[in-house]
Design a protein around this ligand. Structure first.
Ligand SMILES: [Fe+2]
Ligand SMILES: [Fe+2]
Length: 180
């Protein structure tokens, strides 16, 4: 295994441990924040490596690891977190239309990833595509954190939060072994 792959495996193990800790704390928003906080530096790392001229196959492996996290993250938001938060906020008399609007922002992501993989496969400079991919994700994470997560934490205290955290852990395959 190359140093690059060992480092990536270590970073993914660290993410699994952070997800597990949030799950144990009964904190569904914390599970999602663990992903956001892992992805922000991972995207910066991807850009730095591309700028340093790392070969396309290593960049592809990093993009693929990043995409796996983005994809499972987006699916658990769409299938479990957003619907639960949307319902709980409505029940609490404070509906927030931004919750389900966040799911629509996911639609742009697969195209950004495809453009990035195409640039790598064609041997083009990947930096413009990396920047477009990163920008879409980073703006989206900021929107979720500013417009949804704060409200969500209010209605996810106690048993509702613990139940949702357990369901998300099962969906994501977060286990006591810390693996996925
Ligand atoms: Fe999202
Ligand atoms: Fe998110």
């Amino acid at each position: 295994m190359s140093g690059f792959d060992a480092e990536l495996e270590g970073a993914l193990a660290d993410l699994a441990a952070r997800r597990l800790a949030a799950c144990r704390a009964g904190d569904p928003t914390g599970i999602l924040m663990a992903d956001h906080e892992w992805l922000r530096p991972a995207l910066a790392e991807l850009r730095a490596r591309a700028r340093d001229g790392v070969d396309a196959s290593a960049l592809e492996r990093l993009v693929s690891a990043i995409w796996e996290v983005v994809d499972s993250h987006s699916r658990v938001e769409e299938e479990l977190y957003f619907p639960a938060v949307d319902r709980l906020l409505a029940e609490a008399g404070r509906p927030n239309p931004m919750v389900m609007a966040m799911a629509a922002e996911h639609d742009a992501l697969p195209d950004r990833r495809r453009q990035l993989l195409e640039a790598l496969a064609a041997g083009r400079d990947p930096l413009p595509a990396i920047d477009a991919f990163s920008r879409a994700l980073l703006v989206h994470f900021d929107n979720e954190e500013d417009l949804v997560f704060e409200d969500a934490r209010e209605v996810l205290k106690g048993e509702e939060g613990r139940r949702l955290a357990r369901a998300m852990a099962a969906f994501l395959g977060i286990s006591e072994r810390g693996g996925e």
